[in-house]
Design a protein around this ligand. Structure first.
Ligand code: ADQ
Length: 473
């Protein structure tokens, strides 16, 4: 049977749904949590499109199926490919390398060949469902070889790629064995989108230095003479939908209950992260523990709610991190807890978005302190849901810091300064916090997820030139 074809094809490492097997053995698919899905959901709505990605299980893939009006094409990964392409090359080579080698990157030759094979499989699957001249939107660091592999079989397609994570400075990128292949892979696209300008500039510099490719403004000339634009298109969230949820009477009531259940603390601090070493959770806990020990924060009147979604638990670095975090939480609570007073409320699970909105609305100060982060949607979600006089402490190393300039910005590596920034946010007059929050809300409103998707697609259509809207600015 030939498959249907589409004018818009999305490909990402994962499908936007997770499989759940019900008690009677029937299979159900549920929308997956996480940044990419949150962002793309609103882009796909109302469009006929196909999405290609891995279902999350090893073994033969299920047949393509429709879900929520989207045609989903599962890609199969064997156990070996999960180990080599996904956990190995994607998450143990590229992820740490692209996040400033916070933990060392591991290089293994067999991981690389598995990555190449999987990227070919993705390219073949896209080619199968793409209508003549279709637009293809590829996502993220797991698919950097797909643009050129796809162009080789389907030169009629318009190919765009968006990087959700940082692109490292060339001095770090250079460590990667076979680094040129990734750059050449990406240069198969018409347009390459990055979270912030510095990432796009790092990519262009890598092309200039390592491929001797001519670079003019945003445009790189590929080895085959095609011109490829690499520019920033910062991702965002569905502001309107989330704001509506956050300001509903039910959410506001739930926010009150959450505070009451914790004994109505004077200061409620909040951290929400995937359990990942890039997120700076350890540094945050260290700062908080010291503030309690120094007597700058009162353990009876302060709570830190730390929500940490389990992530990549088969990788050693993630297991180590989880142990360290749980030890730090245990130490802080051991030192400072009292009957009825638990200074750190640590929850290692996912919450539905209604509950997340209520938690954001309940908090006084959000601590978004990654050591390196492409964007960080939690910062934008908090700004959208928070009370007017709440405050955001934000790492300078999150892409979001480029837009949320009125946050309490900090360098999370500098624990003393991090402590000062946290107390400055807590102690600031309500009026100052309100002014900052208003300014950050305007920034988030000016670039919501619909604007992001339109800007990406417009850049892709216009590439290698600027789209009309951008050039008019
Ligand atoms: P992530 O590293 O996953 O994304 P982030 O941008 O913070 O990071 O997105 C996390 C998402 O998961 C948010 O929407 C958040 O609400 C949700 N989430 C986290 N913990 C949760 C929990 N316990 N329960 C429910 N929801 C939870 C990658 C990059 C980022 C980039 C995004 C999007 O690393 O830098 O911002 O992609 O491009």
């Amino acid at each position: 049977m030939t498959s249907p074809t589409f004018d818009l094809v999305i490909a990402a490492n994962r499908l936007p749904v997770d499989k759940e097997v019900a008690e009677d053995g029937s299979i159900e698919w549920h929308r997956s949590p996480g940044g990419l899905v949150t962002a793309m959901e609103s882009v796909m709505r109302g469009r006929e499109a196909a999405w290609i990605g891995w279902s999350g299980d090893a073994g033969d893939p299920p047949e393509p199926f429709e879900e929520n009006g989207m045609y989903l094409v599962p890609i199969g990964l064997s156990e070996d490919e999960v180990t080599n392409y996904y956990e190995g090359y994607s998450n143990d080579t590229l992820w740490p390398l692209y996040h400033d080698v916070i933990v060392p990157a591991t290089f293994r030759r067999r991981w690389r060949s598995s990555y190449e094979r999987l990227n070919q499989r993705f390219a073949d699957a896209v080619s199968e469902v793409a209508a003549p001249g279709a637009t293809v939107w590829l996502h993220d660091y797991q698919l950097q070889r797909v643009p050129s592999l796809l162009r080789a079989i389907r030169p009629d397609l318009r190919i765009g790629w968006f990087n959700h994570i940082p692109f490292p400075p060339v001095e770090i990128f250079m460590q990667l064995p076979g680094r040129e292949t990734l750059l050449e892979g990406l240069l198969g696209a018409d347009f390459l989108g990055f979270q912030v300008r510095a990432d796009a500039a790092n990519f262009r510099e890598a092309c200039r230095r390592l491929l001797r490719a001519p670079v003019k403004g945003d445009v790189v000339t590929a080895p085959d003479g095609r011109r490829v634009r690499a520019a920033a298109v910062p991702i965002s969230i569905d502001v309107e939908e989330l704001r509506e949820l956050a300001t509903s009477p039910e959410t506001l009531q739930r926010a009150k209950e959450i505070r009451a259940e914790m004994g109505d603390p004077e200061v409620l601090l909040l951290g929400v992260d995937r359990l990942d070493y890039t997120k700076g959770i350890r540094h945050r806990l260290k700062a908080y523990g010291e503030l309690l020990a120094d007597g700058r924060l009162d353990p009876r009147k302060t709570r830190l709610v730390q929500i940490a979604t389990p992530s990549r638990e088969r990788l050693q670095a993630y297991r180590v991190l989880r142990g360290q975090i749980e030890q730090a939480v245990g130490r802080i609570n051991g030192d400072h807890a009292d009957f009825g007073d638990t200074p750190v409320v640590y929850m290692r699970r996912s919450f539905p978005k209604e509950e997340m909105a209520a938690i954001y609305a309940a908090a006084d100060v959000a601590l978004v302190t990654p050591l390196r982060d492409g964007m960080n949607l939690v910062a934008k979600e908090f700004v959208t849901c928070a009370r007017d006089d709440a405050a955001l402490v934000l790492s300078e190393f999150a892409g979001a810091a480029g837009e949320l300039k009125r946050a309490y910005l900090c360098n999370p590596h500098d624990v003393d300064r991090l402590k000062q920034t946290i107390t400055a946010a807590i102690d600031a007059p309500a009026d100052e916090r309100r002014k900052r929050m208003r300014s950050m809300r305007r920034a988030v409103l000016a670039n919501d997820v619909h604007h992001w998707a339109e800007a990406f697609l417009a850049s892709l259509q216009a590439a290698p030139e600027l789209p009309a809207e951008e050039s008019a600015r």
